[in-house]
Design a protein around this ligand. Structure first.
Ligand code: 5GP
Ligand code: ZN
Length: 116
């Protein structure tokens, strides 16, 4: 399920170091290298899925799992009370720059709406 040339598959495999905050059979989470908020974590599936556009019905439970992992981490990282945001950028026009689906978890500051 992993792709040799995929940055996030390589992070999951430990070939590229990351500041890991969570791992289970299906998911992996680590601090973003260029944080956009005091707490900025990326939650990714161990299965390589390029983007939300490429996800299919068989990924339904996996995508739900990523969302619930984000909520659990928001609690653990103490950003739940102040509010937090989960974001999946899909496509270059929406800011996606890594082609392995990931949920951004952002918190620890006021988050404006609409996002840029
Ligand atoms: P996107 O722009 O695709 O929605 O989000 C990709 C995220 O991955 C960005 O926030 C970027 O800072 C982060 N990122 C890119 N390369 C690395 C890396 O090597 N390590 C970590 N921890 N984050 C990365
Ligand atoms: Zn990948």
């Amino acid at each position: 399920m992993s792709e040799n040339n995929c940055l996030f598959c390589r992070i999951i495999a430990g070939e590229i170091p990351s500041n890991k905050v969570y791992e289970d059979d299906l998911a992996f989470a680590f601090h973003d290298i260029n944080p956009q908020a005091p707490t900025h974590v990326l939650i990714i599936p161990k299965k390589h899925i390029t983007s939300l556009t490429e996800a299919s019905k068989i990924d339904q439970a996996l995508l739900g799992h990523l969302t619930l992992v984000a909520a659990k981490l928001a609690d653990q990282l103490s950003v739940s009370a102040g509010g937090y945001r989960t974001v999946i950028n899909t496509g270059a026009g929406a800011g996606q720059s890594v082609w392995h689906i990931h949920v951004h978890l952002l918190g620890g500051r006021e988050l404006g709406w609409p996002p840029g």
